[in-house]
Design a protein around this ligand. Structure first.
Ligand code: FES
Length: 140
C-alpha cells in the first residue's frame, strides 16, 4: 500500500501489566510507531467483543488487546477469558468482512517495555502492509 498510510490502531491495555509496560517504554524513551491509541482497562477480561467491533466501525485499521501473561492476571482468569474471546472475535471478523489479521491479542508484563515496543512496531508494520481498513460491511 501507500507509504504515507499511517494506520490508526486501537489498543486495549490492561492496567497492571501492559499499560505499565507501555509506560516504562515511554520512561525508557524506547522508539516505536505513534500509531497506537492506548485505552487503559483494568483487565483484558473486561474487553467485550463489542468494543472490538465498535473500534473497527469507528474506523480503526487495527485493534490489539494487550494483557498480563497467562497465569499472571491480577483477576486470576481475565486473560484466559480474553484468549477464548479472541478466538471467537477473529472468526466473527472474518464473517463480517474484516481481515482477522487486523486483530491481535498479546501478552506483555510490566517489566517488558522492549517487548511492548517491538510488538507495537511489528503490528503497525503488518497493518501498514494490509493497507487501510475499508469497512466493507460496517459502512453499509
Ligand atoms: Fe492484566 Fe487481567 S489484570 S490481563
Amino acid at each position: 500500500m501507500t507509504s504515507r498510510f499511517e494506520p490508526v490502531i486501537i489498543g486495549f491495555l490492561c492496567n497492571w501489566c501492559s499499560y505499565t509496560g507501555a509506560d516504562l517504554a515511554g520512561v525508557a524513551r524506547l522508539q516505536y510507531p505513534p500509531n497506537l491509541r492506548p485505552i487503559r482497562v483494568m483487565c483484558t477480561g473486561m474487553v467485550h467483543p463489542n468494543l472490538i467491533m465498535e473500534a473497527f466501525t469507528a474506523g480503526a485499521d487495527g485493534v490489539t488487546i494487550m494483557g498480563c501473561h497467562p497465569g499472571a492476571c491480577h483477576y486470576f482468569e481475565g486473560n484466559t477469558k480474553a484468549a477464548l474471546r479472541a478466538e471467537v472475535i477473529s472468526m466473527v471478523l472474518g464473517d463480517i468482512g474484516v481481515d482477522p489479521a487486523r486483530f491481535e491479542l498479546q501478552w506483555i508484563s510490566s517489566a517488558e517495555a522492549p517487548v511492548f515496543a517491538r510488538l507495537v512496531t511489528e503490528f503497525t508494520r503488518k497493518i501498514k502492509k494490509l493497507g487501510p481498513h475499508k469497512r466493507k460491511i460496517l459502512d453499509r
